[in-house]
Design a protein around this ligand. Structure first.
Ligand code: FAD
Ligand code: NAI
Length: 510
């Protein structure tokens, strides 16, 4: 059976890019549909950001119960520091799933409330103006019901490709979600592996590797490069996380290129040997599970994009202009498929943007203000330029300083004093160029820095904003003060008279 439907806007993919685009388009009065082959909320809500953060919170809580609670005078089973605290992994995974399900059903309500038609199935372009949607087969829908006809043909004035990305596989390691896991398989584990080899010391490997270590796994990270989070985070921030990983017992091997793995013995539950190349030699390591996290690739080889001539660049991203328009004026692309950074909030931001462009508004995308957070322990958060990127943008004369959490009362009372806030500013204008943080709650603190960069704020704007006491946010203010040479709670060299008299105040800036 085949049906035909027509829309003003058709969005393919209901991840944080797609569902946001659909809701905004509907708010703007467009007859809108969103086509989704698997789950509403996409990777982020179902097998990405949300479930991984649920597991990270639970493991963090456990760690605090084990280590900090006794020191805070909280006793578990009157055992003091040696208290036995067990993890029921099946229950934990069930709770994580309930968090994802709650968020995904929230998306369903929002789409319904905004009169967006949801079509369940796999979309494929048959021409630049028409999609064929095949109903997903049972088992491909993550257990969710499917209300689509066998085939639905969809035409629309505008299309938004929001079909996301999937894990990269490397030779010798095919993801089977049993022994070689992607993040999706790792998030679904209902037993804690005794030992885990993580291939790739990037975002996913470090986030999942850290929480599995806290839950009790022996974790080894094989990283091909010479640093963790290479090129995506401030080096000094990464050093703090690296030190904490080491302290918690995570073994990181740099310059290690994973080559192959094989089973030890023939028993069903026997373990594996991972072979990797280190300084030209083949080394081996034993483990129960392998987590492969060497990056994600855009799904641009699917959905019939090439067939109808949607232009794709050499890295597999759909080519888009600043309005996220492809080489077809009526086809837009957003989120992971439209280029780095592959982050949920960037996808959602682009979703609103394209819906507003379709709605006739004048909008353009600016990557400058996309913050990034790595949910390690402690967290790393950043926005704007890394120090290494400044010269290429014409900023050669910089002011850079840091303020440590150890000098902040709230951090001390929370027993979370590792880390700092670092600010990079242009020496001539004092414009804030980049803010890099590592420490407690920096995932929440970074939004203030993102606002500063979006508004073109000066160091003085951050320094003169009165922050409530005692809060972690004071560290942002003091880092701005430190960059100007005036921090109160760390010792800095005295200011010269000219520096003092030239200092703008709120009154002089308004
Ligand atoms: P997706 O969320 O991938 O959604 C695409 C949707 O399109 C999917 O639901 C898919 O089923 C559907 N689809 C694809 N092709 C078709 C088709 N032909 N027909 C119909 N439907 C189709 N980002 C953050 O910002 N913060 C985090 O903390 C974070 N944590 C993460 C943790 C993990 C483990 C992973 C894997 C990723 C994480 N990310 C995080 C990245 C984030 O998940 C992605 O950037 C985000 O999901 C991208 O959104 P999107 O809308 O582009 O695509
Ligand atoms: P990644 O790109 O962050 O890191 C991959 C790492 O693997 C690199 O350090 C690379 O050097 C290493 N590597 C590559 N080949 C290797 C090999 N053969 N052997 C050993 N190491 C090898 O990729 P990851 O972790 O898979 O994450 C993908 C993306 O998902 C991220 O880039 C990010 O955009 C997104 N994400 C975001 C999160 C967040 O915002 N908190 C959390 C999780 C994912």
């Amino acid at each position: 059976m085949s049906t035909q439907q027509n829309f003003d806007v058709c969005v393919i993919g209901a991840g944080p890019g797609g569902y946001v685009a659909a809701i905004r388009a509907a708010q703007l009065g467009k007859k809108t549909c969103v086509i989704e082959r698997e789950f509403l909320g996409g990777v982020c809500l179902n097998v990405g950001c949300i479930p991984s953060k649920a597991m990270i919170s639970a493991s963090h809580f456990l760690e605090r119960l084990r280590h900090d609670a006794p020191e805070m005078g909280i006793e578990i089973k009157s055992g003091g520091k040696s208290a036995e605290i067990n993890v029921n992994m099946k229950k934990l995974v069930g709770w994580k799933q309930s968090v994802s399900d709650r968020m995904s059903s929230g998306v369903s309500q929002l789409l319904k409330g905004n009169a967006v038609t949801v079509i369940r199935g796999e979309a494929e372009f048959v021409s630049p103006n028409e999609l064929k949607v095949s109903a997903s087969r049972p088992g491909e829908t993550n257990g969710k019901t499917n209300g689509a006809a066998e085939v639905t043909m969809v035409t629309a004035k505008n299309f938004v490709i929001a079909t996301g990305s999937r894990p990269i596989e490397i030779p010798g390691f095919q993801i089977d979600e049993k022994n070689v896991l992607s993040s999706t398989g790792a998030l679904a584990l209902d037993e804690i592996p005794k030992s885990l080899v993580v291939i790739g010391g990037g975002y996913i490997g470090l986030e999942i590797g850290s929480y599995l270590r806290k839950l009790g796994s022996e974790v080894t990270v094989l990283e091909a490069g010479s640093a963790l989070l290479n090129g995506v985070a401030d080096r000094e921030c990464v050093q703090i996380v690296e030190r904490k990983l080491k302290k918690s017992g995570v073994n990181v091997i740099f310059g290690a290129k994973a080559k192959a793995y094989k089973k030890m013995g023939d028993k069903k539950d026997s373990s594996y040997i991972v072979e990797y190349e280190l300084s030209g030699k083949t080394e081996k390591i034993e483990c129960d599970k392998i987590l492969l996290t060497v990056g994600r690739r855009p799904n641009s080889d699917q959905t019939g994009l090439k067939k109808v001539g949607v232009a794709i660049d050499e890295r597999g991203f759909v080519k888009v202009n600043s309005q996220r328009r492809t080489n077809f004026a009526h086809i837009f692309a957003i989120g992971d498929i439209a280029g780095q950074p592959m982050l949920a909030h960037k996808a959602s931001h682009e979703g609103v943007l394209v819906a507003e462009v379709i709605g006739g508004m004048n909008r353009a995308y600016d990557v400058k203000t996309v913050p990034a957070v790595v949910f390690t322990d402690p967290e790393i958060a950043s926005v704007g330029l890394l120090e290494s990127e400044c010269a290429a943008r014409g900023f050669n004369d910089l002011m850079i300083s840091k303020f440590p959490f150890a000098a902040n009362g709230r951090a001390v009372s929370l027993m979370e004093t590792d880390g700092f806030v670092k600010i990079i500013a242009d020496k001539k204008s004092h414009v804030v160029l980049g803010v890099h943080m590592v420490g407690p709650e920096v995932s929440n603190l970074i939004s203030e820095a993102a606002l500063a960069i979006e508004m073109g704020a000066l160091l003085e704007d951050l320094a003169l904003t009165i922050h409530p006491h005692p809060t972690l946010g004071e560290v942002v203010m003091e880092a701005a003060e430190a960059t100007l040479g005036h921090a109160i709670h760390i010792i800095q060299k005295p200011l010269s008279r000219t520096e003092t008299t030239n200092r703008p105040t709120t009154a002089t800036r308004t």
